[in-house]
Design a protein around this ligand. Structure first.
Ligand SMILES: Nc1ncnc2c1ncn2[C@@H]1O[C@H](COP(=O)(O)OP(=O)(O)O)[C@@H](O)[C@H]1O
Ligand SMILES: Cc1ncc(Cc2csc(CCOP(=O)(O)OP(=O)(O)O)c2C)c(N)n1
Length: 566
């Protein structure tokens, strides 16, 4: 604020920063420029950590990851038109993944845009954002900034979390008003995500259905991880003895080596389960929409979800439980009588027998990969797995095709909310943004396990990571191109290593430490050293270009027209 004459004045930019601070926002991820550079400066001067990126897509992904990790909306700040559009992929990805974030963007002058007179970076951003966000608002008066920020925060975190767009035209950012009027226009949101508990009839219906099961299965989704109801979830799983399947970002809710985990017998569990309890997990493409033959055609579903409209989206839900995971699980624990839910030993035995078989098969693949040269994905991933076992508090970020599928199944998680990956949308480019948010919000350390093409989407943020000296180790599984590599010769000989990108040299350009690893032993040594240093590092793992399959586990999603000779 400022003083002109006897009058105390404030303006839009000050009101945005005051409103964010009043709502306990402590970090902003963005790319500055007209008309929001001073907003970032003032935020920084007011004690909010401003993190300046090289591309708004990565800044937005960082804000979304911050939302997932903290249950407070991550804030992304962009300039008008092109900067705003660059942030939209992240706003849409946050909405698809149910991560709370707010993209605040400066925008051009209404009187010029709406008559299309051709303004600097002219665009009707509100109209563009509406289709990709959970909600989109525009502030027309400085005195409405407090209301706009409060509305955006509540909308982002209440109900099903998502991405909210808040449009503030340059004229509003520069509008000067009386400071007392301005202060009176701000408010702090009270209880932005209220707890919601289903009624006893709904609870009893679910408990009785689960108790009647011969082959029950609980599926834990990233909504269960986001809910931060870790104790209630562990207690319910262990109280009922039910086998459970963690979806990728729910890994670590219970340690992945937990005896009730069916991660290693996923196909059998889905095909045979007769009562399935979905907890913060959607029956979408990642779970084959609940359709047979992947699922038992007679399976009955219980669904725990904050979004009532998610129920019956794919399959009939026999026992809906609408509410937040924490409240629902607490209510179920209190209402389930001792011994009421007992999992038949036969089901547990069937699962553990298949698990032993599958683990045995995987052990053979891992053993073979240990000594393979050129190094295979699984050779590098076992080395990473063993080092991370000694660093259970490290955050793991993961994207790619084979790099994603193989790392998800090789790297076990021991604690909740420590794995961030391409998620529901399978989007590439989340890597560096998610890693930066994990480091900024938690202090790290962070290990980003990246396919080489996936890394390329946000690779310039390595400079951001070095500029802020963040404890992030980026591991590039470099099989020399998208999918199986660009130039596998007709004979199938691996591409000459001289043609390979040297990502390790890239980080050296920004002052970080680069390593090149051609064997699992070299991966182990580099990762141990990099984690001990606690500084920006990149390990470029030279992977056999013929290893892996195009699109990893989802090649079947490709169109089935006239086959193109690959
Ligand atoms: N706090 C919460 N309580 C209950 N459900 C939640 C909560 N937060 C998010 N959700 C729900 O969790 C679900 C997450 O599903 P999804 O993203 O498909 O998980 P996954 O891919 O891990 O299976 C969404 O339907 C969302 O509405
Ligand atoms: C924004 C966006 N653009 C393209 C794509 C399509 C894609 C899915 S996976 C992938 C990269 C695979 O190469 P990578 O080297 O990372 O993987 P691998 O070596 O097998 O581990 C692409 C380009 C997606 N999903 N999102």
């Amino acid at each position: 604020g400022g003083v002109v004459g006897a009058e105390k004045l404030t303006d839009g930019i000050h009101l945005v920063v005051d409103a964010l601070k009043l709502n306990e926002v402590d970090a902003i991820y963005g790319v500055v420029g007209i008309p929001i550079t001073d907003l970032a400066r003032l935020a920084q001067a007011s004690g909010i950590r401003y993190v300046g990126f090289r591309h708004e897509s990565a800044a937005g992904h960082a804000a979304a990851a911050a939302g997932f990790l903290t249950k407070k909306p991550g804030i992304c700040l962009t300039v008008s038109a092109p900067g705003f559009l660059n942030g939209l992929v992240a706003l849409a990805n946050a909405t698809v993944n149910c991560f709370p974030m707010v993209q605040i963007s400066g925008s051009s002058e209404r009187h010029l845009v709406d008559l299309q007179r051709g303004d600097y970076e002219e665009m009707d951003q509100l109209a563009a954002a509406r289709q990709f966000a959970k909600a989109a608002y525009r502030v027309h008066r400085a005195e409405d900034i407090g209301r706009g920020v409060a509305r955006a925060i509540r909308t982002a975190v209440s109900g099903r979390p998502g991405g909210v767009y808040l449009d503030i035209p340059a004229a509003v950012l520069g509008e000067v008003i009386d400071a007392d009027l301005g202060a009176a226009s701000l408010w702090q949101v009270v209880d932005p995500a209220p707890r919601q508990v289903p009624d006893s009839a709904a609870l009893d219906r679910a408990i009785e259905l689960l108790a009647s099961a011969q082959r029950p299965l609980v599926v834990l989704g990233k909504g269960a991880a986001y809910a931060q109801a870790d104790e209630q979830i562990r207690q319910f799983i262990e109280l009922t003895g039910a086998p459970y399947l963690p979806m990728s970002m729910a890994k670590g809710l219970l340690p992945d080596d937990h005896p009730q985990s069916v991660a290693s017998t996923r196909s059998l569990a889905l095909r045979r389960a007769d009562v399935v309890m979905l907890v913060g997990a959607r029956l979408n493409w990642l779970l084959g929409h609940g359709d047979s033959p992947q699922w038992n055609a007679d399976a009955k579903f219980i669904q725990v979800d904050i979004a009532s409209t998610e129920l019956d989206s794919n399959q009939p839900i026999a026992a809906p439980l609408v509410g937040d995971v924490g409240s629902v699980m607490q209510a179920l624990i209190e209402r389930t009588k001792p011994g009421q839910i007992a999992v038949p030993a036969q089901w547990r035995d069937e699962l553990s027998a298949r698990s032993a078989e599958n683990v045995g098969k995987m052990a053979k693949r891992l053993k073979a990969a240990e000594s393979a040269h050129p190094m295979k994905f699984l050779g590098a991933l076992q080395a990473i797995r063993d080092v991370l076992r000694d660093n259970p508090g490290a955050y793991v970020v993961n994207e790619g095709a084979n790099a994603l599928d193989l790392a998800r199944n090789t790297i076990g998680m021991q604690v909740p909310r420590h794995r961030l990956d391409s998620g529901t949308w399978g989007v590439m480019g989340i890597g560096m943004g998610y890693a930066i948010a994990a480091a900024v919000e938690t202090g790290g350390p962070v290990v980003a396990i990246e396919g080489d093409s996936a890394f390329g989407f946000s690779g310039m943020e390595i400079e951001t990571i070095c500029r802020y000296n963040l404890p992030i180790v980026t591991i590039v599984l470099n099989n020399s191109g998208v999918y199986r590599g660009d130039d596998v010769s007709a004979s199938g000989d691996p591409a000459p290593t001289s043609l390979r990108a040297r990502h390790d040299l890239m980080i050296a350009a920004f002052g970080g430490k680069g390593y090149r690893a051609e064997t699992p032993v070299e991966v182990t040594a580099a990762l141990r050293e990099a984690l001990a240093l606690g500084k920006p590092a990149l390990i470029d793992c030279v992977i056999d270009p013929t290893d892996g399959t195009e699109s990893g586990n989802i090649a079947h999603l490709n169109p089935k027209g006239i086959t193109v000779q690959r």
